[in-house]
Design a protein. Structure first.
Length: 154
C-alpha cells in the first residue's frame, strides 16, 4: 500500500474484504449478507420488536420488514404478538435457524483466522483491544457536538 493509506481507509477496506471473503464462503447457503446480519443480531436479542431490531441494525423499518418476510417464508424467524400491545410483533428465531447460526459462526471464525494469518495470539488480542478502544472513542465522539470552528475549517 502507499503512504496515503489512512486509518479510515485501512479499516474500511479490511472490513470490506472480510465481508467479501465471508460471502464467498456463505454463497452456497442462499442467504444474503443482510439476512445473516438479522440472524446474528436476533440470536442475541430474541423477543425484540421490529423497530428495535431495525435500530440495532441501522436499517430503515421497511427494509427490515422485507427481510423478515423472506426469512419467515423460509422458516427462519417467527413473529409473535406482544402480550400487551397488539400493534407490536416480537421476533424469534426458529429451530431451523440455529444450525445456520452455527454454520455462520464457523465461517466467521475461518474468515477471522485468514485475516489474522501470521499474527501471534498476543498480536491478535492487541489488535482486538485497540479496535475496541477506537470504537469506544468514536462512540463517545459521536455524542459530542461539532464546534463552529471545526465546521468552518473542517
Amino acid at each position: 500500500m502507499t503512504d496515503t493509506l489512512t486509518l479510515g481507509f485501512a479499516l474500511h477496506d479490511a472490513a470490506r474484504l472480510m465481508r467479501k471473503r465471508f460471502e464467498q464462503r456463505a454463497r452456497h447457503v442462499g442467504l444474503t449478507r443482510s439476512q445473516w446480519q438479522v440472524l446474528a443480531m436476533l440470536s442475541t436479542n430474541e423477543g425484540i420488536h421490529q423497530k428495535g431490531l431495525a435500530d440495532l441494525l441501522e436499517l430503515e423499518s421497511i427494509t427490515l420488514v422485507r427481510l423478515l418476510d423472506k426469512m419467515a417464508e423460509r422458516g427462519l424467524i417467527e413473529r409473535r404478538r406482544h402480550p400487551t400491545d397488539r400493534r407490536l410483533s416480537l421476533l424469534f428465531l426458529t429451530t431451523q435457524a440455529h444450525p445456520l447460526l452455527e454454520l455462520m459462526r464457523g465461517m466467521g471464525q475461518l474468515t477471522r483466522q485468514e485475516a489474522t494469518n501470521g499474527f501471534s495470539e498476543e498480536e491478535s488480542q492487541l489488535l482486538l483491544k485497540m479496535m475496541k478502544r477506537v470504537r469506544s472513542n468514536l462512540i463517545d465522539a459521536c455524542s459530542l457536538p461539532i464546534d463552529e470552528e471545526e465546521r468552518l475549517h473542517g
